[in-house]
Design a protein around this ligand. Sequence first.
Ligand code: CA
Length: 238
Amino acid sequence: MRQQPGVLIVEDEPAIAELIAVNLRHNGFRPTWAMDSASAQRELDDVLPDVILLDWMLPGESGLTLAKRWRANPRTKAVPIIMLTARSDESDRVSGLDAGADDYIVKPFSTKELLARVRAVLRRRAPEQVGGVVAVGALSLDSSTYRVAFNDQMLKLGPTEFKLLHYLMTHAERVHSRSQLLDKVWGDHVFIEERTVDVHVKRLREALGASAGQMIETVRGAGYRLTAHVVQAASSAQ
Ligand code: CA
């Protein structure tokens, strides 16, 4: 099963937070709620969401301050932020976007609009979350149906192998170091050893089978690359 995108709602008004959470849940998202900056920070330290919905006016630190801090932090900088606010002045909108927000919604908003904006930032930042088919050579991956096929033969992959393959396919022909893959595929789990990448690459090759498995090349001293142009090795170096 494809994992439901996690959405952190940072909002001090319970009625609004509840309304947003219910709508997100009904539309296939996994909402969590933080009512102030301190609990929002705790949530983020615990698990990184796929999107943050951030209220501007919060007790303690403002949403604007939080957005700036999260953008400046390497761990949180790539998480899309949508600011929620009653302020509608253009200057406020500009400072929200300057602080690193990806989008801006003025209260009162329709939940339909909110969902559309959440999907839009996810599409821009994390295409594997919203579906679509990627193809490299004879290999194709459909993230909306969670299917992988080689020459139209269905293949069975575990969730991590699926994510890893999706990343390699959407960034094909480039060499990725183990630490880059850890960062992009595992993301949040800073304590995972680089050797873990090798284990999952091995499993991925096995799941892909002899022909498609060759598309994932080990680049000595550098990392891994997925290529459509498999070169048969002259000697069996491995
Ligand atoms: Ca508020």
